[in-house]
Every structure is written in structure tokens, then in C-alpha cells.
Design a protein around this ligand. Structure first.
Ligand code: PHE
Length: 336
């Protein structure tokens, strides 16, 4: 066969093949036709390849290209006809029973939510209900009613995000203490989880917005012993019955005395048991009780505040607080 003969054979075969493909009336006929045209052995297109070695070397390239173009045109026509036949037969694409199934995607609760829920549950058993307050708060609830002096450094523009004169994004959940005491008569036992905001750089250990959990107990005759017993019970429930706790001195304008509670826990970093501060606490300052409109001679109580993000980090061995805010599913699905 000469090159010219081969090229005209290609043209001829293209014309007849496309007609035959268009005329294939069933999937069976289509299958037979496919074998006859492009089957690896004896297909009429494949067969033309056999003429290539007989051509002079310099002609083989263009001959090969012509046969390939023919093959692609025939295969495209076959695919199109197959789709038509299958659509006519079944009204949809072929059902491929070997296709792997799609597993249902299940979300999971965020590690900070898991910690908040677990803490809320432990305190719920002790008679605490959940109280909520606004994130846009007045300076008075956030600072003044909580016995911050008017020139306290926390009120500085550098530490607090102001929304306008007298209005801030709350820097802690403690204003919920005041709102709760204004609204309900003692005995009061509430837990107030919520987001708080501070003008901090976003780094491995600080976030400008983060969750806190506030606790408040107010009644007649409540003492520091109640605080210690309740919070120690909480630590043993949350971290395990053998967990040790200790209280050390601290300072907050709204508690007197103020304390921090440390728990002895293993952070999973190979360093074994270690004392870790998990909350600020103390007896509610009489000035706060009075500011909320209750009689501080009659009522006393205690409060605490803790950061569930920090607690989630120590509990799950999370090295960087930003992981909790990145919304990376690969990280979050580990808590499913
Ligand atoms: N509001 C304090 C803080 O944000 C925590 C705290 C709450 C301390 C209640 C004592 C009592 O650091």
C-alpha cells in the first residue's frame, strides 16, 4: 500500500464507520460493531496499522497520524452512540454496580463545644442552670459594677475593644454575674458560657475572641469552703477521681479573696504530671453584690471563670490555639 492509498482507505473507512455507528440499533449491535472497528485484533481501524511497516520511513509519521485521527473520530462516535442507546434503554446513564459507594459525611462537635458541654453537664448535676448575657456590653456591666476602679488598665483602649462611648465587646463573662443577680433572687447557681473579646495578637496561645465559662453561686451563708469543695469536685469529675487540686492567691477587682485553682494533670507532652492553672475564682466582692442590688450583709457567694479553649488544649494535647479557630476539617474530624 502506498501512502496515498492508505490515506484514501482512511477516508473511506471514516465515512462508512460513522454511518454504521449511527445505525447501530442496540447495545448488542453496538458492542459487535466496536469490536469490528477498533477491536485490538482484527478491528478494521487497527488493521490499517499493519500497512505502516511497508511504507518508507519518512512517510510513516503522517500515515500514523492519519490512522490515529481516524481512530479517535470512530471512538468518539461510538461513545456518543452508546450514550444515546443507554439513555433510550434505561432513561439514564449506565448503572455501575462496581462503583464505590459514597459514605455519608458526619460532622462532629468542636473540641471547645465538647468541653463546654461536659463542664455544663457536671455543674448541672450540682444544680447550676445556664445563664447567657450579651457580647456587646456596657462599660458598667463589664467593669464598673464589677468593682473595677475608673482608671483600671484593663479599660484602656489597648486592651479592650470599644464599640462606642460606654459600650464594649465584653472582655470576660463576669458581667453575667451582675445581670443574673439583678434578675433572680438567691439562691443563685448559674453557669454562663459565652464568647469574650480582647485586643490581643492572634498567636499560638492567644486569640482575640475566645470562649469563657463563668460560674456563680449566691446564697445566705456561703463561704470559701463551699467554693473549694465544689471546684475540687468538678476537677475530679472532669479530669479523673485521683486528680489533685490546689488553690493559690490571685487578684480580681470583683472577688475578695481571689484565688486561682490549679489541677495536677498530664498534658501528654512526655513531662508527666504537672500543676496547671485552670481558672480564676474567689468570693464575690460585697461591692459587686451591692451593685447588682442585693444585700451583701445577707448574701455571699463565690464565682469562677475559666477558658474552655485552654482546657481543650490541655485535655487533647493541642499545641496551638489557632487550630481551634482554623475550621480545618482534617483537624476537627479527629473529635468525631
Ligand atoms: N473574669 C476573670 C477573667 O476573665 C475570671 C474570673 C471570673 C475570676 C470569676 C474570678 C471570678 O480572667
Amino acid at each position: 500500500m502506498t501512502l496515498a492509498e492508505l490515506l484514501s482507505a482512511c477516508d473511506e473507512l471514516r465515512a462508512t464507520a460513522l454511518q454504521e455507528v449511527a445505525g447501530a440499533g442496540s447495545i448488542d449491535a453496538w458492542t459487535d460493531l466496536r469490536t469490528a472497528l477498533v477491536g485490538r485484533k482484527g478491528g478494521r481501524v487497527t488493521h490499517l496499522m499493519a500497512a505502516l511497516p511497508g511504507l518508507p520511513a519518512e512517510e510513516r509519521r503522517s500515515a500514523g497520524a492519519a490512522i490515529n485521527a481516524l481512530k479517535q473520530a470512530v471512538e468518539a462516535a461510538l461513545d456518543a452512540r452508546e450514550a444515546e442507546l443507554r439513555a433510550a434503554a434505561g432513561g439514564g446513564p449506565a448503572l455501575d454496580l462496581t462503583m464505590p459507594g459514597r459514605t455519608a459525611w458526619r460532622g462532629s462537635r468542636h473540641p471547645v463545644t465538647l468541653v463546654i458541654d461536659e463542664i455544663t453537664e457536671i455543674f448541672r448535676e450540682l444544680g447550676f442552670t445556664v445563664a447567657l448575657g450579651p457580647e456587646a456590653e456596657t462599660e458598667w456591666y463589664n467593669f464598673g459594677a464589677l468593682n473595677f476602679p475608673a482608671d483600671h488598665p484593663a479599660m484602656d483602649m489597648h486592651d479592650t475593644l470599644y464599640l462606642g462611648p460606654g459600650t464594649v465587646l465584653r472582655t470576660h463573662t463576669s458581667p453575667v454575674q451582675v445581670r443574673t443577680m439583678q434578675r433572680w433572687n438567691p439562691p443563685i447557681r448559674v453557669l454562663a458560657p459565652g464568647n469574650v473579646y480582647r485586643r490581643d495578637f492572634f498567636d499560638a496561645t492567644h486569640a482575640p475572641a475566645f470562649a469563657q465559662i463563668e460560674g456563680l453561686a449566691i446564697d445566705e451563708g456561703i463561704s470559701f469552703a463551699d467554693l473549694k469543695a465544689t471546684l475540687t469536685h468538678f476537677a475530679k469529675r472532669f479530669y479523673g477521681a485521683t486528680t489533685r487540686t490546689r488553690f493559690g492567691p490571685s487578684f480580681f477587682p470583683f472577688t475578695e479573696p481571689s484565688a486561682q485553682m490549679d489541677v495536677e494533670i498530664d498534658l501528654g507532652d512526655g513531662r508527666g504530671l504537672r500543676w496547671v492553672e485552670i481558672m480564676g475564682t474567689g468570693l464575690v466582692h460585697p461591692a459587686v453584690i451591692e451593685a447588682a442590688g442585693l444585700d451583701s450583709q445577707r448574701y455571699s457567694g463565690w464565682a469562677f471563670g475559666m477558658g474552655p479553649a485552654r482546657i481543650a488544649m490541655s485535655r487533647y494535647g493541642i499545641p496551638d490555639i489557632r487550630l481551634l479557630y482554623d475550621s480545618d476539617v482534617r483537624f476537627l474530624e479527629q473529635f468525631a
